[in-house]
Design a protein around this ligand. Structure first.
Ligand SMILES: CSC[C@@H](O)[C@@H](O)C(=O)COP(=O)(O)O
Length: 408
C-alpha cells in the first residue's frame, strides 16, 4: 500500500501524525489554518513540500466552511483580505523552508487574479483558491516522480558504480512520502533506483536530534521493502571509509529546505558534514528538490534564516517503553515515555538546519532535470525556470523578483 501522509477531499483534510511514527499510524483532522499552524510548528507534519501543501489545503478547508456559513455576507474584497491574512499567518509557522512562502505567494496571485475578473464574488475567489491549492497536492507527486527519474539517471550515468549497473546511496533526514505529497525527493531518487533494479543498498542517518532518519526514513524503507540500513550520524565517515567501495556507495543524496540562487543549500542539520565527507571520499553529493524549493530572491546561504528549535529536542527523547528479552524486544504503545539524555543545566544549541556551500554540491536534481556547475564552477539556477537543464522541459518560469531600486 502506498504511504499517504496527506489525505484530502474537498472540505476535509487529514495528516498522518509524524510524532506517532514509526509505532502508530494515526491520522489527525486539520479543520482550519490554526490547526495546520500548530501541526507544522509541533512537527506533526514536517518536510518542506509537505508543510507548504498542508498549509495551503488547511485554508482551502477553512474557506469551504466560511463560504458555507458566511459566504453571503462576504464581499469579494473581504475574501481577498481574509485569504491574504491567513496565508501570512501560516508562513510564520516555520521560517527556513521556502516552499511555504512560495506557495503563499502563488496563492495570493491566484486570488488577486480571480478578484480582477469581471463577475467576481467571494464564492468565485474561494473556488479559485481551492482549485489552486488542490493542484499543488497533485503536482508535487508528479514533480517528485520526475526528480526521482532524473536523479537515478544522473547517478547511473555519472558514477563508476552507476555505469556498472548498481549503486548504494546514503541519505539524511526524511525526504520521502511523509515529507512531501508522495514519493519523495531524495528518497524518490532511491525509489527510482530501486524500481529499475539499480539499487544495491540505501543507508540512512538517524538524524539527531529529531531522528527523522531513524523514525521516518527507516519506516519508509521497511514499508516499501527497500534494502536499507540505519546508522547514527557519527558513523557516516566510517561508513564511507570502510564500506564505500565494497557496497558501491556512489552518492549522498539529500533534500533541501531552501536552495539559494547560487546553489548554497539549507537542509537538515548534519547535511553540511555529509557534504564534506562525500568530497573527501570522492562520493557524489546531490541535492534533490522541486523548483518550489529554489529561492532566487535569496542570493546566497548567508541570507538564509536558520530556525532554532527548543533545547528539549536535544536534551530529551520520547518513545514507547521497550520490553522483553534481548532477543525479543517489543514496544508497549500504552506507555509513551520521555527520558533525559543530557546533563541537566547544560546549555544547548539546536539549529534545525545547516547550509551546505554550493562548492560541495555536484548536482541539484529538480523535476525538470539536474543542474550542474557551469565551466566557471558556479550553478546557474535560473536555468530551472527556463528549463535549460538536462532532460528539461520548458515551463514554469519564476525568476528573481527585482527589488524596487533595481527598476523594471
Ligand atoms: C523533501 S523534504 C526536504 C527537507 O525538508 C528535509 O530533508 C528536512 O530537512 C526536513 O526538516 P524538518 O525539520 O523535519 O521539517
Amino acid at each position: 500500500m502506498v504511504l499517504q501522509a496527506i489525505r484530502y477531499n474537498r472540505g476535509s483534510l487529514q495528516i498522518l501524525d509524524q510524532l506517532q511514527l514509526p509505532y502508530r499510524e494515526l491520522y489527525e483532522g486539520i479543520r482550519d489554518t490554526k490547526d495546520a499552524w500548530d501541526a507544522i510548528k509541533q512537527m506533526r507534519v514536517r518536510g518542506a513540500p509537505a508543510i507548504a501543501i498542508v498549509a495551503a489545503l488547511s485554508l482551502a478547508v477553512e474557506l469551504q466552511n466560511v463560504l458555507n456559513t458566511d459566504g453571503e455576507s462576504m464581499t469579494a474584497g473581504d475574501m481577498v483580505s481574509f485569504v491574504g491574512k491567513k496565508l501570512e499567518y501560516l508562513v510564520t509557522s516555520r521560517p527556513t523552508a521556502v516552499n511555504l512562502a512560495d506557495a503563499a505567494r502563488k496563492l495570493k496571485t491566484v486570488v488577486a487574479d480571480a478578484h480582477s475578473r469581471a463577475e467576481t464574488s467571494s464564492g468565485s475567489i474561494g473556488e479559485a483558491y481551492m482549485i489552486a491549492a488542490e493542484r499543488m497536492l497533485v503536482d508535487d507527486v508528479q514533480d517528485n516522480e520526475n526528480i526521482g527519474r532524473h536523479g537515478a539517471e544522473w547517478i547511473l550515468g555519472n558514477t563508476v558504480w552507476g555505469r556498472e549497473g548498481k549503486v548504494s546511496v546514503l541519505t539524511h533526514c526524511n525526504t520521502g512520502s511523509l515529507a512531501t505529497a508522495g514519493y519523495g525527493t531524495a528518497l524518490g531518487v532511491i525509489r527510482a533506483l530501486q524500481s529499475r533494479s539499480s539499487l544495491h543498498h540505501a543507508y540512512c542517518c538517524e538524524t539527531r536530534p529529531y531522528n527523522q532518519g531513524a523514525r521516518l526514513t527507516a519506516y519508509e524503507l521497511v514499508h516499501d521493502d527497500i534494502p536499507g540500513t540505519l546508522i547514527t550520524d557519527s558513523m557516516a565517515a566510517a561508513l564511507l571509509r570502510t564500506k564505500g567501495q565494497a557496497d558501491k556507495i556512489a552518492a549522498v543524496v539529500v533534500g533541501a529546505d531552501r536552495v539559494a540562487a547560487n546553489g548554497d543549500t539549507a537542509n537538515k542539520i548534519g547535511t553540511y558534514a555529509l557534504a564534506i565527507l562525500a568530497r573527501h571520499h570522492g562520493v557524489k553529493f546531490l541535492v534533490a528538490a522541486p523548483r518550489t524549493t529554489v529561492d532566487m530572491n535569496t542570493l546566497s546561504g548567508d541570507e538564509i534564516v536558520v530556525e532554532q528549535r527548543p533545547s528539549i529536542e536535544v536534551a530529551e527523547i520520547t518513545g514507547p517503553r521497550v520490553q522483553g528479552s534481548k532477543e525479543h524486544r517489543a514496544v508497549d504503545l500504552d506507555h509513551i515515555e520521555t527520558v533525559g539524555v543530557a546533563a541537566p543545566g547544560i546549555e544547548i544549541w539546536n539549529p534545525a538546519f545547516d547550509v551546505t556551500p554550493a562548492g560541495l554540491i555536484d548536482g541539484i536534481v529538480t523535476e525538470v532535470g539536474v543542474v550542474e556547475k557551469r565551466a566557471d564552477g558556479r550553478f546557474r539556477l535560473s536555468d530551472v525556470f527556463d528549463a535549460e537543464v538536462r532532460g528539461g522541459r520548458a515551463d514554469g518560469r519564476r525568476k528573481r523578483t527585482p527589488s524596487p531600486s533595481e527598476g523594471p
